[in-house]
Design a binder for this molecule. Structure first.
Ligand SMILES: [Zn+2]
Ligand SMILES: [Zn+2]
Length: 182
């Protein structure tokens, strides 16, 4: 998708668009695809122009299925994020007043050529910035039993207490007690 800068009306432009699973798969690494299955991505962008300076203020929603890093179960999640880009013409950059008003971590600065802004690199950058390295199905996920591999969210296999006794602190406690007695 391309925006023609000189054609942005004084009241600005609003873009609503979506990208599908295929779009995501074409760009994702195998490692990401092994953890993530995207169901759909939606973008909502408000584009404004002041002279040749363009601001893009957007919101994104990624609906996906991920596998939990602890219990390995698949689960659904929605990732939402906002972004802001200040775009200047590559030739004769004039500066952008709003840069000073925004916190640095909220602002991306870009350049455009030939009166056109390609939205695709922005969409790609925002999606892949938001894919987490590690996901858990919920904060309290108890994961898998290290002994038998049972999903501890669903069953209590009884191995958990054994694992606690085997900890180094338990061994130390036992050693002190036996030393006193001898
Ligand atoms: Zn889990
Ligand atoms: Zn177990």
């Amino acid at each position: 998708m391309e925006i023609i800068v000189s054609e942005i009306p004084p009241e600005g432009l609003v873009i609503d668009c979506s990208r599908d699973e295929t779009w995501f798969q074409r760009q994702a690494t195998e490692e990401t695809l092994s953890r993530f299955a995207v169901e759909g991505i939606g973008f909502h962008c408000a584009i404004e122009r002041a002279g040749r300076q363009v601001s893009i203020s957007g919101n994104m929603e990624i609906r996906c299925r991920a596998s939990c890093a602890r219990c390995l179960e698949p689960f659904s999640m929605v990732i939402r994020n906002g972004f802001f880009y200040a775009m200047s013409p590559a030739m004769g950059r004039l500066g952008f007043e709003r840069e000073q008003e925004l916190r640095e971590d909220e602002l991306e600065i870009g350049l455009y050529d030939n009166d056109r802004i390609d939205m695709e690199p922005i969409f790609t950058e925002q999606v892949f910035l938001q894919i987490p390295i590690r996901t858990v199905c919920h904060e309290g996920c108890r994961g898998l039993c290290p002994v038998c591999g049972a999903n501890l969210n669903r069953t209590d296999c009884g191995h958990e207490s054994t694992a606690k006794i085997d900890s180094p602190f338990a061994v130390l406690k036992h050693y002190r007690v036996s030393r006193k007695r001898s």
